[in-house]
Design a binder for this molecule. Structure first.
Ligand code: NDP
Length: 781
């Protein structure tokens, strides 16, 4: 017995293409508009011409952004319920045309119809339903937030319609309007979607599609009329986008590459895990950002597992994507095919053993066989680089700790899959993995209610669920912020001769690793009052001091594992000790700043420490309910080590308002206090010392903001960066932190009201102090 061909008809798609004479312009302001230049979109499975598509110019992007801007106000004013009705209509529209979308996607992308029909399209539908719900609930559940404005979205070719849905549904639900740039290889489902969406009543300008290449995407990124960029694609382009948007005030989410581990313990259901591997790396020909491309098998079962895996590989069927009984379709393009082949050859040259089953590939078109590379070194190219093809590399481990170490040995951190019949073991491993999604005894599960996104160089931001909708909203209180007032710089006043007994000299040092430390350069800086009176001296920190502080913060890893109860106790204790010295702090603030509300600043700081003591064990994650027998645990995890530039305004309250949420959530901080008024922070050393704060959890380096910020931003052991200084500080934080793609929170030189809890306390900051990891746990037999 063998499979016969089971072709799906492409007649409907050909008829739709014919109505457009297989030639498309951009979709702007509710209609197709002609483009000046064009390129061809071909079928990867046959290399045949599919359609002629416009190549977007700066002018086209400009027209689309203008259309989106005109539509944004009325779209937002329509209100949550009005938008919910539209999103619901889009979901229904997709359902009505499900087969048309599935076939078109298979033709344009080369992926099997089995996948487009059963996964891409139903999941896209689900995203519109789910986000119709967020629109409906926006006024009640997200009342403190409003739409960002015009959103530019750039998507890749591996899941063209699904990526559209992941991006467009939340953006529209929240009241934004969209300019979407689909991938050059796969623009057709986006054009079909735009056309049918408008037939379904979507107002003109709410969704605009400009097709084109990388340059079209770059023009969208750089357009001054865009308020946010949401990007999915390679880490390389993600970095370019981070740099291009730095300092512009545009908000940004990046869903980037991965090299995800697939971990098989010796007590796993081996046959189940073999099927898991098939879904992890041969789904969509391995062209999946979260593909389980690094197989880690426990030594005792490795031989048997690889034997069963090879046998299963021999049964995979590679063929035309419209054949309903094939497992793998075509690779997107000859360029990608060549790149995959080159990387496999490199792997073999570096010592790997290659296995490819003896299966027949179609004689023409872009096809690559399922491939397994064994005997792979952890440092080899194929173990570290994203191949983005049907290539699995395999390694072994002995102990759970070694599995975690190998799994985390990557610059990426998108997803992981853990296979063990011992639930305790699997759930012990999941939180230790540095990535945004973990599947327990499963792989490649997705749902609109469950956030998806990466750690480290896999990008930042989440798509889906409550965690995802925030990415398309801005806090009303922050939207109303004004630029900071320029503060007058004091000039040192003339000192009158004084022959009284001088007070005992107290020059504040730095605070690193729980100890007061002399600055490396042995320089200090004088701190003046507004009238120019000397109020003290502090150490002048330099690059080396920052590096020492980061090392101390790294070593304080225990804090991230401490219980929330423990962290709460310490925050309360800090409040208690600050309270005991409230008058001293108030007079110090008055001396430094001359402000009259010094006492209320200390009072507010004590209150804030209490608030975060309260929040430490209450800013919980969530249990999502995706449509399967199982749950997804959305866990709020700390970012790790976070660098911070504190504001000059409210030198104690600003410092406390930023440090407290970070440490409440288990981060360790390297803090540069207010450059002008650092003495409130240096006085705080004694509060830290008497409050049982473990060494290295809070490190304080005084000195010049610009120099210290540069070192923090460029340091690859710093995971996050919060900057509340000048506009220029924000720009350099965003620009210089692209090396390891730090999560940044910056104020763009706008003044935050630190006394207003709606602007500076609680979830508004806690949300930025964590990254959400979703752990999927299917259950049942
Ligand atoms: P890219 O990151 O180059 O492309 C993603 C999207 O960005 C496309 O729409 C692309 O347009 C656009 N783009 C390209 N350059 C720019 C730019 N400078 N500014 C703005 N937008 C730009 O990925 P590729 O599709 O070229 O694939 C290259 C590699 O990236 C793959 O081999 C794979 O390793 C990885 N990749 C990862 C994905 C993921 O989800 N993690 C998805 C896709 C690819 P255009 O299509 O015209 O080039």
């Amino acid at each position: 017995m063998d499979y016969g061909p089971a072709p799906e008809s492409d007649a409907e798609v050909r008829a739709w293409l014919a109505t457009h004479k297989s030639s498309f312009g951009h979709f702007i302001g509710g209609k197709f508009v002609p483009g000046a230049k064009h390129f061809d979109s071909t079928e990867p499975a046959t290399g045949k011409f599919l359609a002629r598509v416009a190549e977007g110019s700066n002018k086209d992007i400009d027209a689309a952004v203008s259309a989106a801007r005109r539509a944004q106000g009325p779209w937002e004013k329509l209100g949550g319920h009005g938008r919910a009705r539209h999103l619901y209509a889009l979901a229904r529209m997709l359902q009505r045309h499900a087969r048309l979308f599935a076939v078109l996607e298979s033709l344009d992308n080369g992926k099997p119809i089995r996948e487009t029909r059963d996964l891409d399209v139903p999941l896209a539908v689900r995203h519109f339903y789910h986000h119709a719900g967020w629109a409906q609930l926006q006024d009640s559940e997200l009342a403190a937030y409003k739409a960002i404005g015009v959103v530019g979205q750039i998507i890749p070719w591996n899941f063209p319609l699904l990526m559209l849905a992941w991006k467009v549904a939340p953006a529209l639900a929240a009241g934004n309007t969209v300019v979407l740039k689909p991938a050059e290889f796969t623009p057709l489902t986006a054009l079909l979607f735009a056309e049918l969406a408008h037939k379904a009543g979507l107002p003109p300008g709410v969704l605009n599609v400009v097709t084109g290449e990388g340059a079209t995407g770059a023009a969208l990124v750089e357009h001054a009329g865009v308020d946010k960029i949401a990007f999915t694609g390679s880490t390389e382009v993600g970095r370019l986008i981070r740099k291009a948007t730095a300092g512009t005030g545009k908000s940004l989410t990046l869903e980037l590459g991965g090299k995800s581990p697939f971990i098989v313990f010796d007590d796993a259901d081996l046959d189940g895990a073999v099927e898991g591997v098939v879904d992890a790396i041969w789904f969509n020909q391995g062209q999946v950002c979260c593909a389980g491309s690094r197989l880690l098998v426990q030594e005792g079962v490795a031989t048997e597992f690889i034997k069963r895996l090879k046998r299963r590989m021999g049964k995979l069927r590679v063929g035309h994507p419209l054949d309903k009984s094939i497992d793998m379709g075509a690779i997107i393009d000859p360029i990608q095919l060549k790149r995959i082949g080159m990387l496999v050859d490199k792997g073999v040259a570096e010592g790997a053993e290659k296995f490819q089953p003896e299966i027949t590939l179609p004689a023409t078109g872009c096809f690559f066989p399922p491939t397994l590379l064994t005997n792979v070194e952890t440092s080899s190219t194929v173990a570290t680089e994203e191949i983005f093809g049907p290539v699995l590399v395999s390694m072994t481990f002995r102990t759970p700790d070694e599995a975690v170490m190998l799994a985390n040995n990557s610059r990426y951190g998108l997803s992981a899959s853990v296979w063990s019949e011992t639930i305790g073991l699997a759930l012990d491993i999941a939180p230790k993995l540095q990535c945004g999604v973990v599947w327990v005894n499963a792989t490649n599960l997705f749902d609109a209610a469950v956030g998806f996104g990466g750690y480290r160089e896999s990008g930042f931001g989440r798509e889906g669920g409550r965690e995802g909708i925030y990415e398309y909203l801005k806090l009303k209180a922050w939207a109303a912020r004004k630029p900071k007032a320029v503060q007058r710089i004091a000039i040192e006043a003339e000192v009158k001769p004084n022959f009284d007994e001088p007070s005992v000299d107290r020059t504040a040092k730095l605070f690193i690793g729980g100890k007061q430390a002399r600055p490396d350069g042995n320089y200090s800086r004088t701190i003046l009052s507004p009238s120019g009176k000397i109020v003290g001296e502090v150490g002048e920190g330099n690059r080396k001091d920052i590096r020492n502080a980061v090392a101390a913060a790294r070593a304080a890893e225990g804090w991230s594992k401490a219980t929330a109860h423990n962290r709460a106790q310490i925050l309360y204790y800090m409040a208690e000790n600050l309270s005991a010295r409230a008058d001293e702090f108030a007079s110090r603030i008055k001396a430094m700043t001359g402000v009259s509300k010094a006492k209320s600043e200390v009072k507010a700081s004590i209150l804030r420490l209490f608030s975060y003591g309260a929040w430490a064990d209450k800013y919980d994650g969530a249990v999502h309910s995706p449509p399967l027998r199982g749950v997804a645990l959305a866990m709020n995890e700390p970012l790790g080590v976070v660098g911070m530039i504190c504001p000059d305004e409210a030198p104690l309250l600003g410092f406390i308002s930023l440090v407290a949420p970070l440490i409440a959530m288990g981060n360790r901080a390297v803090v540069v206090p207010s450059e002008r008024h650092p003495l409130a922070a240096t006085d705080f050393y004694q509060v830290l010392e008497t409050s049982d704060v473990p060494a290295g959890v809070i490190n304080i380096v005084t000195g010049g903001r610009d120099t210290l910020l540069k070192t923090l931003a460029e340091h690859d052991d710093v995971d996050g960066l919060w900057v509340f200084g000048s506009k220029e500080n924000s720009a350099s934080a965003e620009k210089l932190s692209t090396g390891n793609l730090k999560r940044t929170l910056v104020d763009h030189g706008l003044a935050t009201d630190w006394f207003d809890s709606a602007s500076s306390e609680g979830p508004v900051l806690l949300r930025h102090a964590v990254q959400v990891k979703n752990i999927w746990i299917p259950y049942g037999e």
